[in-house]
Write a protein of this length. Structure first.
Length: 104
């Protein structure tokens, strides 16, 4: 099993999503989406099932039954592999291949 860590921009993106949904949609929806994002991120520690990302060296994992994608990278250190969450992005946000994922 690989360790999963969140970068500061990814943590900010996740908080922004939860705050937005809680304010504009519903608190219960915000909690549900937050739980699904965390579950998908933690699952990457067991099996990294994402596809190659739009930025070199990244991968993207869709979060089931939400409109969000987890952008992550992997790193090896001391014969262990680590997963680093770089951002959480709504599928309607567009960025071109080679650009970093958008952050709030």
């Amino acid at each position: 099993m690989r360790a999963v860590g969140w970068t500061a921009p990814a943590q900010r993106a996740n908080r922004a999503i939860v705050n937005y949904l809680g304010r504009e949609v519903d608190e219960q929806v915000a909690r549900l989406v937050h739980e699904r994002i965390l579950a998908a991120a933690n699952k990457l520690g067991e099996v990294s099932t994402g596809r190659p990302g739009r930025t070199f060296g990244t991968y993207e994992k869709s979060v089931a039954r939400t409109g969000y994608i987890i952008v992550y990278t992997t790193r090896k250190w001391a014969d262990r592999e680590f997963i680093f969450i770089l951002s959480v992005v709504h599928t309607r946000r567009h960025w071109r291949r080679g650009q970093p994922p958008p952050t709030p």
